[in-house]
Structure formats: C-alpha cells, structure tokens
Design a protein around this ligand. Structure first.
Ligand SMILES: Cc1cc2nc3c(=O)[nH]c(=O)nc-3n(C[C@H](O)[C@H](O)[C@H](O)COP(=O)(O)OP(=O)(O)OC[C@H]3O[C@@H](n4cnc5c(N)ncnc54)[C@H](O)[C@@H]3O)c2cc1C
Length: 575
C-alpha cells in the first residue's frame, strides 16, 4: 500500500500551494500529490486575466475592506463574510510571496507589480502576467514542489475516497498508463480537484474538469454546498466556447449588439462592460433573445454579440492581451485589431463545492466536521464567492486557502498515527468496478451519452431557469442515467484506455448534474448567477442561506446552512 503523511488530489494552484505549505512547515513530512493530468496541465495553467490583491500600486485609496465589500456585493450577499475577510486581508502577502518565489508579474514603469481593472472591482487591483497569469504562477509552484521533494503521481486517476467512521483514511487510484490499481493511506487527505465545466456542452474549462472530487465526496454521503450557482462567463468565443478573458474588457473593450450599441448602458450604467459576470451574461442573452444578436456573417438576429477591441489599438492589444488576440485569430479567424470578436456566455466556474471551514476542513453537515479530510480551490466551497464570483478572485482563493489548508493539515497530523483499514476489500472493489465497465454488454457509446447529458444540462439549467424547465431536466436525466449503465467500451485494453477513464468521468458528471438541477429547483429566488424566471427577485427572508445537498441512489436531499454576516448588511445589488 502507498503511504504518506498527506495525500493531495489535484495539481492545480490550490493543491500545489497546499503541498508547498506543508513541506515548508516541516520538510520531513511526506506528501503525495496525485493528478490525472501532469500538474502543469491542470486547468489553472489556462487562467489569464489575473489575481486580485490590494497592493495599492496603482490606486492608493484601495483597501482590503473595499475588496471585501466588492466581493460580498458581487456574491449577492451569499458569501461568508469571515472567509471573505481572510481572503482579502491575506491577499497582498500571498502575491508578494509568489513574487519572491519567482513569478514574473507584469510591471509598472517604476518596477512595482502592475494592477488592472476587473469586473465588479471598484479599484484597479488585479495583478497579472500579461494574459497568462495562471501559467506564470503554476510553473513556479510546481518547480518549488520538486525542490522540496514532494512525491508526484501524475497521470494517476483517483477513483474513490476511503472514509470510515467519519474519518478520511485514504484513496483508491489507478495508473492511466497501464490501469494498475493502488490503495493509498494517509493521516490526512485533501481534494483540490478543480471545477466541473464539462457538465455543460459549451465551456471554457479543460477536458479534465469533470468534477470527480465532488462526486467522490458525494459518494461517501457528504453534502455539496450551493451547487446551483454556476458561473457563465459573458465572453466565450463563439462558437467554440473558449474563454476571452475579462482582462480584455478590463483594458477597455466594448460589448456591442447588432445595432452597434454598447448595450450594457441599459443593464449596468455605472459599470458598463465591467459589471459582474452574472449581470453581463444575462444582458447578452437578453439582447440575443430580443433579436439584437448577430450571425457570423454580421447580420442581425443571430446567437452572439460583439466584443470590440479596435479602438484600443494594435500596440495595447499586443502588449496587454496578446493571448486573447491569438485565440480569436487561431480559432475563428478574427484579427481583433481590425474586426470585433463574436462572443456569447460559456460555462466557466463553480461557485459551490465541498463545504469547508476557513481551515479547509470538510464539513459533515452544518454543525460538524469530518476527521482527516480537507479541500481547497474551485472544488471547495469556503464560500468567498457566494452566488457569483468576481473575476481574479479565484486564483486568489486557490493561493490564500491552499496555503491556509496546507498549514492546517501540517498542524492536524502532528502526533497522529496512520489509519488502518482493510486494503484488500478496496482493491477488490476497484478491480470489480473497472472490470464491470470493460465487460458491460451495453448498446450506447460514451460520447453519445455524454453529449446528450451536456445538452440536457445546457438546455435545462443554463443562464435562465424555471421550475418547469428544471423538472423536465431531472426527468430527462433519469433516462440518461439509465443509458449510462448500458455503455459499451470498444477498447478492452489496459494500456492508456481513455474510454475507461471517460466512463468513470461520466459517472461523476451525472452525479453532479443531478445535484445542480435539484439544488436549482429548490432555490425559489433569483440571486447571483442563479436566475429563476418564476421567482425574479432575491428573497432574503427565505433564502439567505447556503444549500447543502446530499446525493444518494434514491435522489438528492436538500438541507441548508446559515450565512456568516458580520461586516456588511445585505442590500439591494445595483451597478
Ligand atoms: C480559461 C480560464 C481562465 C481563467 N482565468 C482566471 C483568472 O484570470 N483569474 C482567476 O482568478 N481565475 C481564473 N479562472 C478560474 C481559475 O483558473 C480556477 O478556478 C482555478 O485555477 C482552479 O484551480 P484548482 O487548483 O482548484 O483546480 P485545477 O487547476 O482545475 O486543478 C485540478 C487538478 O485536479 C486533478 N484531478 C481532478 N480530478 C482528478 C482525479 N479523479 N484524479 C486525480 N486527479 C484529479 C487535475 O488533474 C488537476 O491537476 C479561469 C478559469 C478558466 C477555465
């Protein structure tokens, strides 16, 4: 059996920052970091626009309190304010620490770290490395892990969390190269498995964002928090869905409808293109529904709007947002110096996730914790984003809470023994699960079932929702789940069997889809990214609370948990 003091699943920013904190605290601790991709191919590497922190290099009037207020208002008052205070107070320190590690942030002429405007933030506080910020940070973190001797298990797929007697004890994982199964145990287990964008048919996320950590957590009977809050980023490149960073609007780009109007004036006059993402995405969908969208040939009535950079000039475009220019050029043949880019909302980020306290320890329910189980990053819900995340607050969350969770784990495991359990039982169960997928006599192809599922989620749980649409989605989902039990794998081999991996990922996606739909049906109000056509306003007396959803074979049971309010009173959210 593989043994470490700590096992971390996920090689993105959150997992790597936690691992680093553990070995910095005590270099003798043994940390195993497992990822189904190579760590530097985690979705974090694709993060573009930047990371918020009140360094005050550009705007001296900025403060952590202002950052906290923007974040809480952006969350539509669902964020836990104790967690937000930690996030915003610790932000400058973690950025400086990254810079000392060697991260190459973009600079002001006087050499200090540059900071740009971002949606929903009232001050220029987003630090960046051109539009390749995630790349710059992740590469430095991974190099540091090598230096400290963290053991990497890259291209290993974790398929089960071992939890007994309310304690996380280990993992079952298999090697993608040859399907070898291994059981691992540790004094603490951490999930930093990222988001679930692949639940939807158009997403900015990578192919690995299938929400496995969430599904494995649900599988041991633990709740998932606020899963109805899915962020649709306003500017996905049409038709591919790839992200055009908010940094492009931060640097001054306009959103235009088919009349050539900057339509955000009708939806968020004070913030225009830099309104929060939920508001901007709804505005685009309303313009399209009103016939003011465009077709690819430029005529009116089509499915997308325009993101216009032309007035920014070639030099600014190439210096500040070169990657966005390159993507539009490479993927849809648009040269943004001369032509506007076609854009439309794309599934981007998961505000909900595994409920944790501010030390990253996982909650069993509203009042108690799980022993030895921790989580941070996009897969966790400490709730700093509540109903809607502000751009550039996620990289920040990964680093602040990755670090805090690492520190909490190092403390938690001191003087603790390795847990015991029956290894053979888990090994046999895993072998049987893989074999039964390989032997399944079914009639359906994975790709077809996954496509049907993604179309179902997109149609029934998108930017606008109502009870009829959501209920119909749940009914459809049952028949898709049935089909998924009759999937036939063409590849019966053990070597790099990607079909086998996709079959397990499909099970994760289906679980999460059911939790999202049920949580969305249960929240009979509109708040942040969750917009109900049948309940169009926020309803604080009944719904100023977190959703806790428990998935089981019988369906999803919904409970709730109070929101921490200690600094800012809920007010109407206007921009
Ligand atoms: C295109 C894009 C641009 C973005 N730009 C910004 C930005 O500018 N600013 C900002 O703040 N945020 C941005 N975000 C959001 C932000 O990048 C992510 O929320 C954040 O990087 C997530 O980091 P993470 O460490 O939680 O997970 P990830 O980086 O997604 O890493 C997840 C890890 O878990 C591993 N894993 C998952 N399942 C398993 C399994 N079953 N077994 C083994 N390993 C597993 C994966 O291999 C991977 O290593 C962007 C997101 C996207 C998609």
């Amino acid at each position: 059996m593989i043994e470490h003091d700590v096992l971390i699943v996920g090689g993105g920013l959150a997992g790597c920052r936690a691992a680093l904190e553990i070995v910095r605290t005590d270099p003798d601790l043994s940390v195993g970091l497992i990822a189904k991709t190579h760590p530097i191919r985690s979705h974090s590497v694709a993060a573009q626009g930047g990371m918020a922190a009140t360094l005050k290099n550009v705007d001296e009037t900025d403060s952590w309190e202002a950052h906290a207020f923007d974040t809480v208002k952006g969350s539509d008052y669902l964020a836990d304010q104790d967690a937000v205070a930690i996030l915003t107070q610790e932000a400058p320190e973690v950025v400086i620490d990254l810079e000392h590690m060697g991260v190459l942030f973009s600079r002001l002429p006087d050499g200090r770290i540059a900071q740009r405007a971002f949606g929903g933030h009232t001050h220029n506080r987003t630090c960046y490395a051109a539009d390749k910020t995630g790349h710059a940070i992740l590469h430095e973190l991974v190099s540091n892990l090598m230096k400290y001797g963290v053991t990497l298990y890259d291209e290993w797929y974790v398929m089960r969390l071992i939890m007994e007697e309310n304690q996380a004890k280990g993992l079952v994982m298999y090697n993608l190269i040859d399907s070898e199964i291994q059981v691992a145990r540790a004094k603490a287990v951490m999930f930093a498995t990222g988001g679930y964008g692949r639940v939807f048919n158009t997403t900015s996320n990578d192919f690995a964002s299938t929400g496995d950590g969430l599904a494995m957590t649900a599988a041991v009977g633990l709740p998932l928090e606020d899963m109805e809050f899915v962020q649709f980023h306003p500017t996905g490149l049409y038709p591919v869905g790839v992200l055009i960073s908010e940094a492009v609007r931060g640097e001054g780009a306009y959103l235009l409808n088919s009349n050539g109007d900057r339509f955000m004036a009708d939806y968020a006059p004070s913030r225009m293109e830099l309104a929060p993402r939920d508001i901007t995405s709804r505005a685009i969908m309303r313009e399209v529904a009103a016939g003011r969208g465009l077709h690819p040939d430029g005529t009116a009535g089509g499915p997308h709007v325009h993101l216009d950079l032309r007035h920014m000039g070639k030099e600014t475009i190439m210096q500040r947002v070169p990657f966005a220019w390159e993507e539009a050029h490479r993927l849809v043949g648009v040269d943004a110096v001369y032509d506007p880019m076609p854009v439309r909302p794309t599934a981007h980020y998961s505000m909900g996730g595994i409920p944790v306290n501010t030390d990253g320890q996982v909650r069993r329910d509203a009042n108690s914790l799980v022993e030895g189980f921790f989580s941070a990053g996009e897969t966790a819900c400490v709730s700093v984003h509540g109903g809607n995340r502000l751009g550039s607050n996620s990289l920040l969350e990964c680093v602040v809470y990755g670090k805090r969770t690492g520190a909490a784990i190092a403390k938690y495991i001191s003087n603790k023994p390795l847990p015991n359990f029956n290894e053979q039982q888990y090994l046999q169960a895993a072998k049987a699960r893989l074999q039964s997928l390989l032997d399944q006599p079914g009639e359906h192809r994975i790709q077809a079932v996954r496509q049907e599922f993604q179309d179902c989620m997109t149609e029934h749980c998108g930017v606008f929702r109502n009870a009829t649409i959501l209920q119909a989605g749940l009914v459809k989902l049952q028949s898709i789940k049935q089909k998924a039990t009759q999937v036939y794998l063409d590849d019966k081999n053990t070597c790099w069997n990607t079909e086998l991996t996709e079959a397990i990922e499909l099970q994760s996606l289906l679980t999460i889809g059911e939790v999202i739909l049920t949580s969305a049906l249960n929240r009979k109000e509109s708040r942040g990214a969750h917009y109900r056509e049948d309940y169009q306003t926020r309803d604080d007396p009944n719904f100023l609370k977190h959703t806790l959803a428990y998935h089981s074979r019988e369906g999803v049971k919904v409970d709730s948990m109070p929101v921490v309010l200690n600094q800012f009173e809920p007010k109407e959210r206007k921009y």
